[in-house]
Design a protein around this ligand. Structure first.
Ligand code: ADP
Ligand code: MG
Length: 664
């Protein structure tokens, strides 16, 4: 039976005071029993900020600790499916809040998986918590503690409200109980303690300005607000007098003022699996609340998908597309975070087969009736059922996006700004969905504001234009400034401006959109000649055409001077303002793609590029008459073209020498 607060708080007080003495000199040598560890420097800094600088929204610590407790219960239930004796068959999983207003304490107990000494050190001492630095970064932009759960450092929010945090815990399947304790000032202790029940008990010694978190009504309200949709019941011992009123004899009699019964527990949250209810019985608030508590999110979902598949495949899904970007969206592991349940039992939140990586922003739950309850990780990976579920999830998500794009262009734009870079990964790695993905994709463009679709682009193509043109570069600023655009601008031809890292990838595999080829403006040469300038053709015609022969001598001299550094030198169709630019040959790799591959340490064959010169440019005109410093000028022009591509000149010191010589 669970211990009542009375006995426990005595226990705890004893240990607290004992600890306090030791903490006067936290780095003092460890006793045989208790060991003191330092937090990693980064965590120490985080704790300092959390404890001293976050004043708003302190209440969210409760959501974080309840969410951890509920996760721990889920983990135990899952492990107990495959390990005998881990959980008694009638054992209930729960989270219990025990406030003690008089003592200014709050105790949060769960009957979950618990932790051993190693776990305590690894998880609460925070070795390798990637979220720590990211959370601090986010705090610099907005001092909103609300974000903490998103960064995988939710536990530390306890230090917003507590001077001392004590964790007493025993891991399921092990005999030893452990006590972890810290005042959040650089160090923590871990010591073995007398055996307690399996699970975890977190004792918060509330700060002076946070004593109201020991208030029952406040806690009831907060559980409703933040943790209503936790599937595990969150309970609080009923007040003695309430118990007296309701049920009388059993619980009411036990002791003086403020005494709390240890048998009567009130459940504060709904504690039901929301996805099992029918759509018509669920309000928007309930959906939003479920999203927030199950995903640890603070935003409202941008879209909610609730579906029930029956027939030869049976599962229920409650999935959400967030409106804000989760912090780890661009971590290399590209993990999805959908929770897998089997017949309402939580199985894992690390099942990569549930959705393709390019939909990893999805949050929520898939509950399958087809998988066996004791499904192992290996079995999961090989399961054809998951394959079918993934297809279903993909299809539903893409069609939800399609209908949102149709109905709500503005809302869709904001989705695309947030997640478009991720969705575009699908263009590269999911050929099956390429067509629907191309319809969903939006791009920045050289002639339009906002986002444009390929369908819109095609409608705007000018006479003589046979391809959809794009330019890939490092950033929007860089592509907008690129000399490659000049000729296209002059002829009024729209160019898609791509600057996400993934753009180099999908453009390298995608040939066409509905029969119209996609073509990089950095490749090839002939296109612009066949496109008539939009608008005034009179002025165009009046301009004297460039005579190629006039430049033959210069081009030959340039080729000789540049040697193997270029594949060719030729007159440019695409330049109007700049003197030179580099282009890739028709069949060669896109230059930005080559740069990205090289930056990632990929061996790529060195490809010499073509140097194009602008015959109308003053510098080129001047070179035609073969000045004294032709060699220096030609070499400088190539370096200039490299710099325009965002690359370094071939040899910085030669570059400087040549420039100085010319200036002199
Ligand atoms: P997150 O929950 O995102 O992993 P937290 O900082 O909230 O990050 O928690 C860190 C880790 O500490 C958890 O992943 C878990 O391993 C462990 N932990 C925290 N609270 C408990 C608990 N009540 N029972 C078991 N393990 C816990
Ligand atoms: Mg957590």
């Amino acid at each position: 039976m669970r211990q009542g607060l009375g006995a426990a708080s005595c226990d705890m007080l004893k240990s607290l005071y004992a600890k306090k003495d030791e903490q006067k000199n936290p780095m003092s040598a460890a006793t045989a029993e208790s060991k003191t560890y330092e937090f990693q420097a980064e965590v120490s800094r985080l704790l300092d900020i959390v404890a001293n600088a976050l004043y708003s929204n302190k209440e969210i610590f409760l959501r974080e600790l309840i969410s951890n407790a509920s996760d721990a219960c889920d983990k135990l239930r899952y492990r107990a499916l495959t390990e005998d004796g881990l959980m008694a068959s009638n054992q209930e999983l729960s989270v219990v809040l025990e406030p003690d207003a008089e003592a200014g304490k709050l105790v949060i107990t769960d009957t979950g998986i618990g932790m051993n000494a190693e776990d305590l050190q690894d998880t609460l001492g925070a070795i390798g918590r990637s979220g720590t630095a990211k959370f601090m970064e986010a705090l610099e932009n907005s001092a909103d503690s609300n974000l903490i759960g998103q960064f995988g450092v939710g536990f530390y929010s306890a230090f917003m409200v507590a001077d001392t945090v004590t964790v007493e815990t025993r891991k399921a399947g092990e005999d030893q109980s452990w006590r972890w304790q810290s005042d959040g000032k650089g160090a923590y202790t871990i010591e073995p303690m007398e055996q307690g029940p399996v699970g975890t008990r977190i004792i918060l010694d509330l700060k002076d300005d946070a004593k109201d978190f020991a208030d029952r009504h406040r806690l009831e309200h907060l559980v409703k607000k933040y943790s209503d949709h936790i599937v595990i019941p969150v309970q609080m011992p009923a007040k003695a007098e309430d118990v007296g009123e309701e049920g009388g004899e059993e619980g009411g009699g036990e002791g003086g003022e403020g005494a709390i019964s240890d048998t009567w527990l009130e459940t504060l949250n709904k504690a039901s699996a929301l996805w099992t209810k029918s759509k018509s019985d669920i309000s928007k608030d309930e959906y939003d609340g479920f999203y927030k508590s199950s995903a640890g999110a603070w935003d409202d979902p941008w879209e909610t998908l609730h579906f029930n598949v029956e027939g030869h495949l049976e599962h229920t899904g409650l999935l959400f597309i967030p409106s804000a970007r989760p912090f780890n969206l661009f971590e290399p592991d590209r993990k999805n975070a959908i929770k897998l349940y089997v017949k309402r039992v939580f199985i894992t939140d690390d099942c990569q087969e549930l959705a393709p990586a390019y939909l990893r922003f999805l949050r929520g739950v898939i509950d399958s009736s087809d998988l066996p309850l004791n499904v192992s990780r290996e079995l999961l990976q090989a399961s054809p059922i998951l394959n079918l579920i993934r297809k279903d999830v993909t299809k539903r998500t893409l069609s939800a996006l399609k209908s949102r794009a149709k109905k709500d262009a503005e809302g869709y734009s904001s989705f695309w700004s947030t997640f478009g870079a991720v969705v575009k990964e699908g263009l590269y790695e999911d050929p099956d969905q390429r067509d629907p993905l191309l319809e969903l994709a939006r791009f920045k463009s050289s002639t339009q504001d906002g986002w444009v679709s390929l369908a819109d682009y095609k409608d705007r193509m000018v006479e003589g234009q046979t391809a959809i043109y794009y330019l890939v570069g490092e950033s929007q600023d860089a592509v907008k400034r690129s000399p490659h655009l000049e000729g296209f601008k002059a002829k009024g031809v729209e160019v898609l401006l791509l600057s996400d890292p993934v753009d180099s990838f999908w453009t390298s595999v995608l040939g066409d959109y509905q029969g119209t080829p996609l073509k990089s403006v950095t490749r090839g040469a002939d296109d612009l000649a066949s496109i008539k300038k939009v608008g005034d053709s009179a002025e165009d015609a009046a301009q004297e055409p460039v005579k190629e022969g006039d430049f033959a001598e210069l081009i030959a001299a340039m080729k000789e001077s540049l040697g193997d550094d270029v594949k060719d030198v030729r007159l440019s169709e695409r330049l109007t303002d700049s003197a030179v630019c580099l282009v890739a040959d028709e069949g060669d790799m896109d230059m930005q793609f080559a740069r990205i591959m090289a930056a990632h340490g990929q061996e790529i064959p060195k490809q010499a590029r073509i140097l194009e010169i602008n015959p109308k440019h003053d510098a080129i005109q001047a070179l035609k008459s073969r000045p004294a410093h032709l060699e220096d000028s030609v070499q400088l022009l190539l370096d200039q073209a490299l710099i325009l591509e965002g690359e370094a000149p071939r040899d910085a010191s030669l570059f400087a020498q040549r420039l100085s010589r010319l200036m002199a």
